[in-house]
Design a binder for this molecule. Sequence first.
Ligand SMILES: Cc1cc2nc3c(=O)[nH]c(=O)nc-3n(C[C@H](O)[C@H](O)[C@H](O)COP(=O)(O)OP(=O)(O)OC[C@H]3O[C@@H](n4cnc5c(N)ncnc54)[C@H](O)[C@@H]3O)c2cc1C
Length: 758
Amino acid sequence: MLTITQIAGFAGAGLAGAAYVPQISHLIRARCSAGLSRLAFAAWLLASVLVTARAIAIGAGVFIVLGGIQIAATALILVCAAWYKDTPCPSHLPRQPAAKTATGTGTSGNEPAVPGVARSAGGRLSRTRRARRGTASVRPCPRDTPEGDDMTTSAGVAVAAHQGLAAAEPGQIAGAQAAIVVISRDPGAREILSRELSKRYGGDYQIVVCGQPAELAPWMRDLRAAGLPVALVIGGVGAQDRDGIEVLAAVRAIDAAALRVATLGWGDWQSMRSVFDAVTLGTLDHWVIRPVQAPDEEFHHGITEFLREWSNQRGGGFEPVQVIGQRWSARSQKLRDLFARHRVPAGFYDATSGQAQQMLDELGLASPELPVVVVRIAAEPTALVNPSNRQIVDAFGVMTPIPPGEVFDVAVVGAGPAGLAAAVGASSEGLSTVVVEQEAIGGQAGTSSMIRNYPGFSQGISGDKLAQESWRQAWAFGTTFVYMRQAQSLSREDGHYRLRLSDGRVLTSRTVIIATGAAYRRLGIPALEDLQGRGVFYGAAASEAPAMRGRNVFVAGGGNSAGQAALHLAKWANQVTLLVRAPSLVASMSDYLIRQIGAAPNIDVRYRVQVAGGTSTRGGNLQSLVLEDTASGARQTVPADALFVLIGAQPRTEWLGQAVARDRWGFIRTGLDLSAGTHWPAARPPLPLETSLPGVFAVGDVRRGSVKRVASAVGEGAATIPLVHRYLPRAAAGRKPSPASTPAGDPSQHTAGTRPAA
Ligand SMILES: Cc1cc2nc3c(=O)[nH]c(=O)nc-3n(C[C@H](O)[C@H](O)[C@H](O)COP(=O)(O)OP(=O)(O)OC[C@H]3O[C@@H](n4cnc5c(N)ncnc54)[C@H](O)[C@@H]3O)c2cc1C
């Protein structure tokens, strides 16, 4: 028969055990002491010790054992609680969509992961919360306590700010889709950054403020575990953050997609230099000057741009276009690339997934030919089954009809940087302008993830962004665009030039600007040509980079574009190997890229090597590459998940037939490069950039001797417009011949078909 004391003892031990199990499990699993009252457990430990001592004194064997277990368990909880007290944990962060209910239960005043939320209503933080409504979705890192630091310089503001930081609003946090993390040892910097960021972005982003670099990694991991991707890590660089660049550089290993932004104080020129170098080397993505006033629009302009870049890279969200197809089919890859280059948000759905099947069912499509493109612009979606590019653009309804008989002043062929610059210049100066583009606005530049050498963009600009801005500018000035049509021939009839397009239409224009650029050379290895889009990619294929996460990727080429592709891919890939035929990169690649590649931990460069073959998996994807030593001819087979080929360019001039003079590689001769008599028919000398057809100009990469850079292509495009202005009066005069104004051999008297061959 048990005594009352024994029954009470067993009940106490049972209750304690029930309390220990969740506490110990949470501490060990989540490494977090939020939700645990250490004071209560300390009291419990003391009580256990006293009870056990009493049990020993009266020789109550079973209670000595139970008391011992209780002492050990309580001590373990207290040790773990002390150890993990500053570690944030997913369980105490808001989860999506359950964030609204993220409330802490702690009472110890030691609940850093859910500051404010965990405290009792009506307490100090609740008052602060009421006072700072609207700026509250900010969380400090656990050790981000201002005691003793220089926040006293603006004590009132700083303390209020800090309390404000602690006063998280669960409702607002629930709306957050991603996080912005601030890391700085400088309390003043933390204060102003958290205030400005929370005011402007608090509704959409969880703002996390850290004072200790050591806390950054656990915070970022826990945010990710809580379903909040980190968009930006904004790190202090300067007197109080001497290791700021290293702290930010380390972010890549934690989250390759988060953009690393250095923040400096206005006038800290010394730190500026090292930040510039770090951006050049790719250890930082961007920098921004800390806000100097409230609101600081300059600061917010930068932050908004960085957030835009991050969200563009990430994709998801609004999907006016959905592509349902096979992930590794060449056409699916092409479509993803096409939409990405036009900055049309497009969701891709693997046809084998349940979601894709459901979408097809809803569209009433049973086993359609893939891919299917769903355009959701109008109230009713339009489903296009295995459409051509032209069908897609027509479904978008963006083409301006061209009236029959329209004669343009300028017809531009190609909407790369050169063609777009020409269109902006021409239409802004009142010339009626049409642009024909066969593929994607932006040309080659549109495939570049970051162009750092284009003047005016100190932090670089992505090729697609640059292209989009120019395209909108030209459109706004009145340029007519003809999308997804190829110019197939150029001729001269009735004093005008005629461009025959791939849809059978003919455009008529007084002048023509050829800006058709160049295309990447092919490997010419049949086994690999068949794998295009299924592991073998031509060009940098920026849209494919995220899919390379954790893979072994090869880049063939030694030029700037290959270097940039390698750097971009290294953000996601496990390992990138650059395959270079030459013994060095010095002659072919810009120095800043060589330095960035040298500094990248996961990029290898192999010299004197070329791709000689490859194999595929049974599923038809790239499996391995055969690499050949160009000196010895020795071959080696290496496993490969993907190969990006950037081995030089071929001018896109086949469509011109014999119409204009070209060099033996096909690049168009212009200006002084045309030899009189052989190529040039008129008495006057050719204008700069003018081809062997008077009134027809060539600009950008397609031109013999061009520099093959975005800035020079843009410069040439813009420079043609004054030349067009000089030419047009002559052409007009040529159509109404007068002895005074029409020299013998006037250009307008020639037909394209009679031009000498290149
Ligand atoms: C991945 C990559 C990264 C690069 N990075 C940089 C960099 O960082 N800095 C830099 O300065 N340069 C860079 N370059 C080089 C730069 O992009 C080119 O020099 C520049 O794009 C050339 O511009 P373009 O307008 O002359 O020709 P392109 O950009 O080649 O554009 C030509 C356009 O004409 C269209 N076209 C062709 N034929 C026809 C036809 N018959 N009918 C209708 N349309 C036609 C094409 O589809 C294309 O859109 C990079 C290139 C690549 C590929």
